[in-house]
Design a binder for this molecule. Sequence first.
Ligand code: DGJ
Length: 701
Amino acid sequence: MPGVEFDAATRTWLLSTPDTGYALRLGDDGMLRHLYWGPRLTLAQASTVPAPRPATMTQFEGQVYDIEEFPVEGGARFGVPALQVRFADGTRGLELAFAGQQRNADTLSIRLVDRHYPFEVGLHYRVYPDSDVIERWTSLANTGDVPVEVLRADSATWPVPARADYVVRHVTGHWGGESQVERVDLARGETVLTSRRGTTGHHANPWFTIDAGDASEEHGEVFSGALAWSGTWRITLSRTPTDVVSVTGGAGHEGVSWRLAPSERRGTAVFAGLYSTGGYGATSRVWHRYVRGHVLPHPRELRPVTYNSWEATGFTVDEPGQRRLAAQAAELGAELFVMDDGWFGARVDDRAGLGDWTVNRNRFPNGLAPLAAEVHRLGMRFGIWVEPEMVNPDSDLYRARPDWVLHMRNRRRTELRHQLVLNFARPDVAEWAHGWLDELVGGNDVDFLKWDMNRPFTEAGWPDGGEDPDRLWVRYVENLYAVLDRLRADHPHLRIQTCSGGGGRVDLGILRRTDEVWPSDNTDARDRLSIQHGYGQIYPTVTMAAWVTDVPNFLTGRAVPLRFRFHVAMAGVLAIGGNLPEWTDEERAEARRLVAQYKRIRPVVQHGDVHRLLPPSDGLSATQYVAVDGAESVVFFWLPAPRFGREAAPGRLRGLDAAARYRDEATGEVQHGAVLLGHGLRPQLPSGDYASAVVHLVRVV
Ligand code: DGJ
């Protein structure tokens, strides 16, 4: 049984998940050491695992911080500290001693106290009966009567056991090019993945994998971790000169510090970890199941086929135009109609109106209710775009409350996209945002919010905010979470998409309170294949919105056929974002057919297990989804540029029952699982560039 056990004789704790074990031990010297992370073992076995190294080496090596469970600053430790504090008298660092534990079937909390100062640290763990993901977080308590300065407080440090080599995978990117997978040798030294932007960021995402260099998509041991936090963050992967590897991570970037007030107790975000033996593919599948089962608020729902107006209309939205789009979207089979930016205040472009969340009466003379009613009459849900954390300086809100934005004395207010960031750390700003959002949703039958956030923080200050200025970075996110949580609680039918100029705010923290993600503003189908590939390393398909838009694509100028565009978007949560009145009858007919097909396959695509058969390239790539009960499977093939007249080789399928037979729903042909697994499925692709196919297989009973 997965759970938490303790061997009193050796003072060894063992956390067991269905297939893995994680152990730590309190040494006779009082040091809490990491012991083991790998395949499952019994408590009796774990208690015999030798502690990795003696506590000290030479005077130049110091205390062997790298095998500590949570290496704080203090003493002869010279590695990356997971926790750094400064006490009121100027003393830095901690001398922690074990002070007790609390255990139940699936959680463990270890209490450590400073030997001198009134300060406590809690190390917390949770395991689940159905997942190999282990959640960890830390709590800090100031039990004294003067503030303590916290210079760094990570959620967890994940020690990676000794292996022959170390290769790290993570994503990098930028606006329009998010989630590009990097696979590099882990350098001796420190590799920092971080965001200093106020949000999770387009440029990096808070997850990593480490393997011994021998893992592949299908095989090998992989250690991985993902942080549940939507503000700035830092994950440091450390490889010492003697090849000891660990990863420490948590909220906040370098240089910020905040005060823990007297009697204050705070928990950090979760930094979850996973050990897997099935390569990168199995690692992703475990993360996906974990996110579906333990993170998302409505994991069992099917996401609707959506229409979004942004690429069709830009800021030019009005009631007749939106009604026209809605009618055509409904005809194609859309189930949710989302009106994007431009419906409020003086927002006719990106220069004005943000912050003035009253409907633009020139565009919607009778308010939003008639459009919402029409969308509902057409059988769709009604969604609307908002960007509650922002203000254009050219707005009534900013003219009334210039003090509400992030700013600092004697510093400029840097505008990006002609906008400034509202200081969500202020309770009055958060309350104001909740107030108008609550009214917007409640007063207009809004079913869905696309919650956008289109610029990073600059001059992140709050001059009158008190004596703990950097606390703003944390409070901002906490208040954002609180507004989302409150809206959800008061409007249980409301579903929310997280967007930040595309994929700028994607993490396990925001996914706890949103239902789906807009992974990128780049809707070019070819680029999208690699964006979706990177996104899906950790985040499940049911969260991955994907639009079919018009060509030539606004970003790349590329013209990809409609069928290929659909087949790429159908591998996620399908949406349409084209200017429908300009579509031909043939395009509309093809779209109707593909939407109908998507509705048949979406339970498998959205809730099934993903197998990345062939990664994106100029050649053939393929992704397969297998229903969790194994009864159905869907395979997508994409071939952007066939070469030399060569026929695509068959793709070997995964996750099927070798003894079962499967019927191709389009052709009626029945094939043996053993053949599909061992030999493969040859895609029937049309000729020419951007050839694609989707195959729906159903197990024959
Ligand atoms: C950025 C988003 O990613 C787009 O989809 C769109 O909603 C625009 N903002 C609107 O300003």
